[in-house]
Design a binder for this molecule. Structure first.
Ligand code: ATP
Ligand code: MG
Length: 142
């Protein structure tokens, strides 16, 4: 699914990944980055909070806000300025940043299903709808 999301991925989009510890958020980002041409490791940003990737056709920030204890940490982080037309922002644990975080174009909710995972994808803007449509058509043809 991460690889399918490479289709339609663009600077300026925001993706929120919701799900319990170990639900598969970072794994999805690994698939996305691999399909966007990233070679090498994809480290979980659990400790660094953000990992940046410069790719051939876009710039991607991978955030993980699990360690934020309250909203003030988000407000004091300065990360707001990374959200804008110049990068695609993928956020694990956006709920830890509170309401002030940029709303998502696409939201994915993960759940456990046996040894695998179920994911619910929800477009939240016209740009998100276009992204979801592109990703689904890649998913269906794969
Ligand atoms: N679709 C999947 N099917 C089966 N196992 C999976 C799937 N996605 C992830 N896993 C496994 O679940 C474990 C945790 O995955 P991952 O690190 O992606 O979770 P996470 O949601 O990012 O967790 P955290 O909230 O701690 O960052 C890994 O061992 C991974 O291999
Ligand atoms: Mg993770």
């Amino acid at each position: 699914m991460g690889a399918a999301l490479a289709e339609g991925a663009r600077n300026g989009l925001v993706l929120h990944l919701i799900g319990d510890l170990g639900a598969g958020k970072t794994t999805l980002v690994r698939g996305l980055l691999g399909a966007l041409g990233h070679r090498g490791r994809v480290k979980s940003p659990t400790y660094t909070l953000v990992e940046p990737y410069s790719l051939s056709r876009l710039y991607l920030y991978h955030f993980d806000f699990y360690r934020f204890k309250d909203k003030s940490e988000w407000l004091n982080s300065g990360f707001q300025e990374h959200f804008g037309p110049e990068a695609l922002c993928v956020v694990e644990w956006p709920e830890k940043a509170g309401e002030a975080i940029a709303p998502p174009d696409l939201k994915i909710r993960f759940g456990y299903e046996g040894t695998g995972r179920a994911a619910l994808l929800e477009a939240r803007s016209p740009q998100g709808e276009a992204w979801l449509a592109a990703a689904l058509s890649r998913w269906r043809s794969s």
